[in-house]
Design a protein around this ligand. Structure first.
Ligand code: NAD
Length: 501
């Protein structure tokens, strides 16, 4: 087999992080779970427990919401001078930078992502997001509206209140930062519930926030399962807003539950994003873009370019180049030298991705790279390793072209005309991201404008910036994280009518 692999590190050789206590962080301190229960965090490369977290329940939700409610009522935070609040956010960014190695270690141990990705890309980006929103604190302006008669209208931007945040396991600290930083910038208080599989960095985030000067109760992190603490949080009358990132299925449940108390809701959900390559594209760049589009973070990316649509004139050579590059992608443990792709995050994901590989084969797609587990070859019988997999000639209606796999499995589909490409691109229930590859910028831009997706990249893929809003069309969700747009997700508009007679 031509696939390059690299033995994963023995867990004893991989650098151990400093772990947070197996507690919640509530009201500025570590708090034991009410039930006294804990659950194990597993390392994807060894499948062995590497630490424990608190297994919270509804009582812990109640305590955390109580702390956040009290902190919201307290003028210390709500009425803190904007410049001072900005300084707290900036200080959080500095502390994140200073603790980068430890945070990145926590992330790689929890998720299996490579040390390069966690330490060089993600944690630095977390700090950037806090810096970006520190800049907005002093600019959260309202307006003055002309009114009839001797009167004046003001619009004020006020914090929503207690924000419940629920995040997934693929980019634990980064996706928490997308929500926490703008919510803090607008003066809200927070109860953050990370995925029970990857909670460590969200606990550290709350602890570093306290060190940076957040008053007690402003940022609380509680850990535990979706039904155990996610549902009670969504149902809790003391929570004003739910900001959720995760699967479309759970997102729909969250929206239904939140309707009971008319909570504000932002949903960032799944995707099946098309990466569309026209024949006039820079061939090499498009192949690289398609490869990073699907294999970055093992394909565990909501915006993964999991469908590559290629114009017929370059289809065969493109498939060949993709297959060759996929086969060269080095798979191994997250801390091993030269590894480009770590193990999948958890056992369910591993089983589900391999089941999709079987579905692809059963549905008649042409397997040109990967298509198997690497647990034995790379992990010596342990670890959720899957080979980078490419299917060509995929029917646009097939299961692997319709359903979010959330793993390193690419479906390649040929097209003849731009109209057909657009029709295939839109032929799923999602609308999170897309990309267009063409040297003709006018054509690419025209095509980008027709695409029903929250983000469209042109001649690149998988790039993010704190200033550029991110979110979905269709069943990929609604509301936007990042950029100026996120400020409206964490503020209420209040109108004031002043009678000047
Ligand atoms: P998930 O929906 O299973 O879980 C997400 C979070 O919701 C976790 O914290 C989980 O504990 C919690 N949860 C589960 N059941 C719940 C319930 N009944 N009530 C309240 N909370 C509950 O998703 P996941 O497997 O952790 O993450 C993968 C999914 O996330 C993929 O579908 C991916 O596309 C999506 N995602 C979307 C974005 C985006 O920005 N659009 C980003 C990353 C991931």
């Amino acid at each position: 087999m031509s696939l390059e692999t690299q033995n994963h590190e023995k867990s004893s050789q991989a650098p151990q992080p400093e772990y947070p206590p197996a507690c919640h962080f509530i009201g500025g301190e570590w708090v034991e779970p009410a039930s006294g229960q804990r659950s194990a965090s597993l390392h994807p490369a060894t499948e062995a427990p590497h630490t424990e977290i608190a297994a919270g329940d509804a009582a812990d939700v109640d305590t955390a919401v109580g702390a956040a409610t009290q902190a919201f009522a307290d003028p210390k935070w709500r009425q803190m001078a904007p410049a001072k609040r900005a300084k707290v956010l900036w200080r959080m960014a500095e502390l994140i930078d200073q603790n980068r190695d430890n945070l990145a270690r926590c992330e790689s141990w929890d998720t299996g992502k490579t040390w390069f990705d966690s330490s060089k890309i993600e944690i630095p980006l977390v700090a950037e997001i806090f810096r970006y929103y520190a800049g907005w604190v002093t600019k959260n302006e309202g307006g003055v509206v002309p009114l009839p008669g001797n009167a004046m209208g003001l619009t004020l931007r006020e914090p929503v209140g207690v924000c419940g945040m629920i995040t997934p396991w693929n980019f634990p600290m980064l996706l928490a930062a997308w929500k926490v930083a703008p919510a803090l910038a607008c003066g809200n208080t927070i109860v953050l519930k990370p995925s029970e599989q990857t909670s460590l960095t969200s606990l550290w985030m709350a602890r570093l926030g306290a060190e940076a000067g957040l008053p007690a109760g402003v940022l609380n992190t509680i850990t535990g399962g979706g039904r155990a603490i996610g549902t009670p949080m969504v149902q809790h009358a003391g929570v004003d807003k739910i900001s959720f990132t995760g699967s479309t299925e759970v997102g729909k449940m969250v929206q239904r539950e939140a309707a009971e108390t008319v909570k504000r809701v932002t949903l960032e959900l799944g995707g099946k994003s098309p990466n569309i390559v026209f024949a006039d594209a820079d061939f090499k760049a498009a192949v690289r873009g398609a490869i990073t589009g699907i294999f970055y973070n093992k394909g565990e990316v909501c915006a993964a370019g999991s469908r590559v649509l290629v114009e017929r004139a370059i289809y065969e050579p493109f498939v060949e180049a993709l297959a060759a590059m996929a086969a060269k992608t080095t798979v191994g443990g997250p801390f091993a030298e030269g590894v480009r792709m770590g193990p999948l995050c958890n056992a369910d994901q591993y089983d589900s991705v391999l089941a999709y590989v079987d579905k692809g084969k059963a549905d008649g797609a042409r397997l040109v790279a990967g298509g198997m587990s690497l647990r034995d070859e790379v992990g010596g019988g342990k670890g959720w390793f899957v080979a980078p997999t490419v299917f060509a000639d995929v029917d646009p209606g097939a299961r692997i072209a319709q359903e979010e796999i959330f793993g390193p499995v690419l479906s390649v589909i040929p097209f003849d005309t731009a109209e057909e490409a657009l029709q295939i691109a839109h032929n799923t229930r999602y609308g999170l991201a897309a990309a267009v590859w063409s040297r003709d910028l006018g054509r690419a831009l025209g095509f980008a404008r027709q695409l029903r997706a929250g983000t469209v990249w042109i001649n690149t893929y998988n790039l993010y910036d704190p200033g550029l809003p991110f979110g979905g069309f269709n069943e990929s969700g609604f509301g936007r994280d990042l950029g100026r747009d996120a400020l409206s997700a964490y503020t209420e508009s209040k109108s004031v009518w002043i009678n000047l007679d």
